[in-house]
Design a binder for this molecule. Sequence first.
Ligand SMILES: Cc1cc2nc3c(=O)[nH]c(=O)nc-3n(C[C@H](O)[C@H](O)[C@H](O)COP(=O)(O)OP(=O)(O)OC[C@H]3O[C@@H](n4cnc5c(N)ncnc54)[C@H](O)[C@@H]3O)c2cc1C
Length: 315
Amino acid sequence: MAVFVYAETINGVYKKAAFEAVSYAKAIADQSSESVTAISINPSAPSDQLFRFGASKVIEIKDEGLKTFGAKAYSEAIAQVLDGSIIVFPHTTDAASVAPMLSVASGFSLITNVLEAPQSLSPFTVKRKAFSGKGLMNAVASDSKVVVTVSQNAFGVKENAVDGSIEQRELTIQNEDTQVLSHEQSSGKLDLKEAEIVVSAGRGMKGPENWGMIEELAEVLGAATACSKPVSDIGWRPHSEHVGQTGKAIAPNLYVAVGISGAIQHLAGVNSSKTIVVINNDAEAPFFKSADYGVVGDAFDIIPKLTEKLKAFKG
Ligand SMILES: Cc1cc2nc3c(=O)[nH]c(=O)nc-3n(C[C@H](O)[C@H](O)[C@H](O)COP(=O)(O)OP(=O)(O)OC[C@H]3O[C@@H](n4cnc5c(N)ncnc54)[C@H](O)[C@@H]3O)c2cc1C
């Protein structure tokens, strides 16, 4: 029996989180000498790219009614083609809302935000994030059928090329629960949740007119930009950049926090970052306790110098 994985797309293009989820499914499949079957919905990009990460079959669901995302409808579509006892989802906003619906509808155990390959498949035992990333726990599934969601950037994208095949399935699912009334595209050049590097700034920047230096630093680093909640609440930055407990939860390889105090609600969304650099002029700022590297100083002095040094280093 194959290990299944939902390969999420955005505008038909596979997300990096999809490659990571396929890599994770392959790690499970290798433990049980099984193969990986990926399910995608209305992809426009070639699905054979999933073979590189270990999917030996891709089921492309074609359904005009699923052009708009709807968690219930997507869960129904996936259930119709699912023919295994384990299915992996990336822990993205959309996929993390489909996974519980599928779990309930199909009677599978649900384990979210897993960080590593399972320690055991019977019973399914795996390490996962708990309490918004403040803790870790080993979760044990009570059922042999399991839905897992993989915390983004936790397992990583791993190349593991196999030969594969693609099957197309035409479905007509009712997708009436969700109606899209308007669509706003976030202005950032990089998707914050997929970015490897994030430069984030808070109220210490004093005003929106000072964000040029944050954007410049982000550009040199090839990073996405983020901000603390009050910054987006005041309207200095768009809400799409707000990270934390009530904003986006991110886990980049490098998180650079400028003029952010490090309140617990902010940390909840960023403390899974692999390396945290804090720049703050208050040596007592709580963020330093979570930092891998800390710079005590005035951001208005440090950021332009850091950007210049990085430009020189790269040039
Ligand atoms: C229910 C709830 C949910 C919340 N959810 C979130 C959330 O999701 N995300 C979030 O971010 N917050 C959230 N908050 C708010 C959170 O508690 C903090 O108030 C907020 O994170 C503080 O934002 P800040 O660090 O930008 O501002 P401040 O706390 O004002 O900190 C500004 C920092 O900048 C430093 N600074 C000032 N000038 C400079 C300078 N020139 N150079 C360098 N450093 C400087 C200061 O020393 C200070 O540490 C939530 C709060 C509640 C109650």
